[in-house]
Design a protein around this ligand. Structure first.
Ligand code: PEP
Ligand code: MN
Length: 340
């Protein structure tokens, strides 16, 4: 349920509404929009305890709008204006298209420093790199853990970049948040509800990957788990390919997720062409398509020597391919009125 306050509603009237919501045992979240305040009423018992007529009669209330979708806070109904996430002088979801890149895994100090230098040179703003790696086989390289976080942070600082890295468990949130600017929830964890919920009290923005078999609606519900209770809408959606019957690419990139997300949600969306393609040859085309389709950024895997990478080498771009791609992306961004 959404309570739309009138454009002249006072702080006192808003407070009275929220008090009434609490009094019937429900929860709420407020969006102070440019024109009016919107209050989302949340709770499992909403149908039983929320009386729209009673709330409509409260002073300052303009309208009561039922939301039939299972997600609320990620929806445009709750927040009609685009969310722009601001971190360390960078904006995600604004006019700029944000380039994020780095290796799949942080493998050592020199590898991540070399990547950081190349990312910066290409106009990238955010350095990626996994220190805690979810691997299909338990015998594969699973990351350098805290040492990897340490290298990643130092490399990013040296070149004036921000850090995005994966968080896999509730227990490591504090550790990872100490090093990272953005916490990545990997595709495999999109429905790890304990992890999502624990992230709502963490002040850092979350890059929420779409699960390979998740519908867009399920992805947005996952975003609501993080948004519920957090003071700022700090989720960045990330489409990284779905499981389909096609076997010539690792996954199938759902490019339509960009316009769908833009219509139904206020959250920024970025595309990961690397995991979708699974093959470095296809990454540039998917990255360019993403920007042309209106994505707010891309996150790409690169490696100084892809053939020797400890994870995802087949889909990692060489430094020269990455430099070329970044030039092409700038042209596309400018053709659709955006900067990069
Ligand atoms: C990654 O970013 O390296 C990764 C494991 O991604 P995903 O969760 O999309 O598979
Ligand atoms: Mn990877």
């Amino acid at each position: 349920m959404i309570i739309e306050m009138g454009t002249t509603a006072t702080a006192k009237q808003i407070e009275m509404v929220t008090r009434e919501i609490k009094a019937v045992g429900l929860d709420f979240q407020i969006n102070e929009g440019r024109e009016r305040t919107i209050i989302a009423v949340l709770g499992a018992d909403i149908k039983k305890t929320f009386d729209p007529q009673k709330f409509k009669a409260l002073p300052g209330v303009e309208d009561i709008i039922p939301i039939s979708k299972p997600y609320k806070l990620a929806s445009r109904d709750f927040k009609s204006e685009d969310t722009v996430i601001k971190i360390g002088g960078i904006e995600i979801g604004g006019k700029d298209v944000v380039l994020m890149a780095g290796p799949c895994s942080v493998e050592g100090e020199s590898q991540i420093f070399r990547c950081a230098e190349v990312v910066k040179k290409a106009g990238g703003k955010i350095l990626r790199g996994g220190a805690f790696k979810p691997r299909t086989s338990p015998y594969s390289f699973r990351g350098l853990k805290e040492q990897g976080l340490h290298f990643l942070r130092r490399a990013a600082d040296q070149f004036g970049l921000l850090v995005v890295t994966e968080i896999m468990s509730v227990g490591s949130i504090k550790l990872v948040a100490d090093y990272a600017d953005i916490l990545q929830v990997g595709a495999r964890n999109m429905q790890n509800y304990d992890l999502l919920e624990a992230l709502n009290s963490c002040k850092k923005p979350v890059l929420l990957k779409r699960g390979p078999s998740a519908e867009i609606e399920e992805w947005f519900c996952a975003a609501d788990y993080i948004l519920n209770g957090s003071d700022t809408p700090n989720v960045i959606l990330c489409e990284r390919g779905m499981k389909t019957f096609e076997r010539s690419t690792r996954y199938t990139l759902d490019i339509a997720a960009v316009p769908v997300a833009k219509r139904l949600s206020h959250l920024p969306i970025v595309i990961d062409p690397s995991h979708a393609a699974g093959n470095f040859r296809y990454v540039p085309a998917l990255a360019k398509a993403a920007i042309a389709a209106g994505a707010d950024g891309i996150i790409v895997e690169i490696h100084p020597e892809p053939k020797r990478a400890l994870s995802d080498g087949a889909q990692s771009l060489t430094f020269s391919d990455f430099a070329r791609l970044s030039e092409e992306l700038k042209v596309i961004a400018s053709a659709i009125g955006r900067d990069m």
